[in-house]
Write a protein that binds this ligand. Structure first.
Ligand SMILES: Nc1nc2c(ncn2[C@@H]2O[C@H](COP(=O)(O)OP(=O)(O)OP(=O)(O)O)[C@@H](O)[C@H]2O)c(=O)[nH]1
Ligand SMILES: [Mg+2]
Length: 296
């Protein structure tokens, strides 16, 4: 009788400094957008599950907030989420990018001390000439005993197949942890709120994206009309920020809504009516009660 080959399956943390391309890699491996991406650091604020399936493997990738020197309560929570992820995984992907300064002599204290496979991924190789890579690879090889060092471009997909191969080698044989048709455990409401937040990261400047949170108030699907109506609130910290988000004659809010609606329609595969409100919650990023209410 034909016997199916054993499946390799396990949980892998995707960690590293902000802005190196962790969420871009998650989306690229999934073939769909689950985790939001922007050119600004500290875009991701939560742990985001992406389940990558192949005929003989299932890699449960955990995208995390970028690890940085945090000061205010929101950022401290974000870093805590990233570090806590390390406790529950079979392997770690530590991501850096070629635009960062070369590492010094001391590896980040949060890299596993022993026993846990840790793969270094050097991202954004599409932005440098090939001959610039070798010194970067060597510097990291001297930094820490990485299980493997893989240069990739999350944007073009260059090198990502090798990363999958390497992770399959490292993961244990075992049953799939998630159904194959389930790319994430994030709710549609969460992803919708994130997509709105992403547009604010892309369109607003200075501190405004960092003072913004989004909550989805209601989500109603009219099957007969093939239309989902979504009401969401954009929370800011100050009246002046509310003015910026709304913009001249409401132009900014309209642009945020239009861009988010396009992404949400693709996610839900349905027409969407998106209604946005802007609300001021004074200093919510520093208020433990508000942070808890917003899921931190
Ligand atoms: N050129 C190039 N740009 C990339 C690549 N991967 C990601 N980027 C860009 O780098 C920026 C940051 O990408 P993200 O995926 O949001 O980075 P992140 O590590 O998740 O960032 P945080 O969530 O803030 O920690 C975005 O502008 C991406 O388009 C790549 O392989 N090549
Ligand atoms: Mg991210």
């Amino acid at each position: 009788m034909h016997k199916a080959p054993p499946v390799k399956s396990g949980i892998v943390a995707l960690i590293g400094p902000p802005n190196v391309g962790k969420s871009t890699l998650l989306n690229s491996l999934l073939g769909q957008k689950i985790s939001i991406v922007s050119p600004k650091p500290q875009t991701t604020r939560n742990r985001i599950v992406g389940v990558v399936n192949g005929p003989e493997y299932q890699i449960v990738l955990l995208d995390t907030p970028g690890i940085h020197q945090a000061r205010d309560p929101l950022n401290l929570e974000m870093v805590k989420i990233a570090l806590a992820t390390l406790a529950e995984v079979d392997a770690v992907v530590f991501m850096v990018d070629v635009t960062m300064p070369l590492p010094g002599k001391t590896p980040p204290a949060y890299l596993p001390q022993e026993g846990r496979p840790t793969v270094l991924v050097i991202n954004k190789i599409d932005t440098v000439a090939k001959d610039r890579l070798l010194p970067i690879i060597t510097a990291y090889q001297h930094l820490y005993p990485f299980t493997a060092v893989l240069p990739i471009s999350a944007m073009t997909g260059d090198g990502t197949a090798l990363l999958i191969e390497e992770l399959c080698r490292l993961l244990p044989v075992g049953p799939r942890l998630y159904p194959e048709e389930m790319p994430t455990d994030a709710t549609e409401r969460f992803i919708v709120a994130e997509m709105i937040r992403e547009k604010i990261f892309l369109k607003a400047r200075d501190e405004v994206p960092y003072s913004t949170a989004v909550t989805v108030e209601s989500f109603k699907e009219d099957e007969a009309k093939g239309l989902t109506t979504i009401h969401a609130t954009i929370i800011v910290e100050k009246d002046s920020q509310k003015g910026i988000i709304i913009g001249k004659g409401g132009a900014m809010l309209k642009a945020i809504g239009q861009a988010a609606r396009r992404d949400i329609e693709e996610l839900l595969d349905q027409k969407v009516l998106l209604k946005l409100w802007v609300k001021v919650e004074k200093n919510w990023t520093k208020n433990p009660r508000m942070l808890k209410e917003l899921g931190f």
